[in-house]
Design a protein around this ligand. Sequence first.
Ligand SMILES: *Cc1c(COP(=O)(O)O)cnc(C)c1O
Length: 379
Amino acid sequence: MLSNQTILLNDFCLQWQYYKHAILQAVERVGNSGWLILGQEVKHFEKNLADYWGLPYAVGCGNGLDAIEIGLRCLGLRKGAKVLTTPLSAFATTLAIIRAGGVPVFADTDDNGLIDLAHCSRLLTENPDIRYFVPVHLYGQALAYSTLLQLKKTFNLCIVEDCAQAIGAQSEGKPVGSVGQIATTSFYPTKNLGAMGDGGALLMQDSQLYQTALCLRDYGQSEKYVHQVLGLNSRLDELQAAILNDAFLPNLKNFTQRRQEIADFYYKNICHANLSLPKIPAHALPVWHLFPVMVKNSQYRQSFEQHLEKAQIKTARHYPVLIPDQMALKNNDNQIQSALFIHAQYIADHEVSLPIHALMTPEQVSRVVKACNDWVMNP
Ligand SMILES: *Cc1c(COP(=O)(O)O)cnc(C)c1O
C-alpha cells in the first residue's frame, strides 16, 4: 500500500481482497443448496445475530428503513399517532415513521448530536398523547440505558431503538436495544456489520412480537397463502445472510475493537485549538461507526475539509441538513415542530466525520492525526 494513497471512509476493494475467500465459499454453498429466499442461511444468521446481540429473537429483513417501519407496525402504531424522534439522523429514521403512518415529533439533540432525553421528557410531559418513541444511537454512541428505561416506564412508551449505527455498543453494561420492545439495525455496506448489498434486522425479547415481525416482512402471511394483515416484501436474501454468517459476523468483535483502538489514538493525538472531539457519555462503550469532530467556528469548516482533501483524506458531514428542514417534509403538515433545534443545528453546521474503519492501517491513522494537527485555518 503506497503511503500517498487516498484514505477512504470505507475501503470495499480492500475488504474484498481480505474476505473474498469466505464470501465466495458462502455464495457457493447457497448456489449448491438451490434455496434462495428465507431458508436455512437466514435462520442461522438470525440465531447467530441474536446470540451476538444478547437478545432472544432476531428477524432478518430487507433494510434498516423497513426494519423501523415493521417494528412500529408490530407495536400497533395506528395512522396519525405521534412518534417522538430526532431531527439529526439518516433520513430513513423519519421516513420509516411516516411510512408506518406515524407523525414525527422532533426533540433537540445534546451537544454530542444524540437525542436529548431531558428534552424528550419535557415534550412527553407536555404531550401526553405521544406513545411511540424512536431514539437513535447515533455515530455508534449509546444513549443512557437507565434514563431511556425511566422514560419508557414513566410515559408508558412503545419504543423502537434505531441501532443501525450502533451494533454492539453498550451503556451501563447493557447492549443498545435492551430498553425498547424492538431494536432495529441495518446491514447497508457502510455499517459496522455490512452486507454486500442491502439488509436489515429487528431484535426483540417478546415471542409474540417475533411472530408478528416474521409475518409482516413476508406479505403479512402467517402461513403459506394465509394473510391476516397487510405486510411488506422485506426479506433478507439467503446470499446476504450466508455472507454475513461466514465473512463478517464472525469478525465483528475484531472490527469493533479496531475502531475503538483508532478512536483511542485520535483522542490521544489529535490536538488543535479549533477542533473538538466528541464527549463520551458516562458508562458508555461506543462502537465508533463514525468519528465526528466539530470545527469550532463554522466558517472554517470548509477550510478544514479542503485541507484534508489535499492530504488525500476523505471526509463527510453527518448530517448537513436537519430532517425537518428537508424539502420532502417542509410543507408537510404531518409533523409537529416542537422548538428550535439549537444543538442539532450546531452539529449540522460544524460537524466533519473523519475516516474510522476496521481495515485502516496504523500508518493511515497517523496520517489522519498529522493532517488534523497541521491544519492552518484560512477563512
Ligand atoms: C443507515 C441507517 C438507516 C437506514 O438503513 P438502510 O438499510 O439504509 O435502510 C436508518 N437509521 C440510521 C441511523 C442509519 O444510519
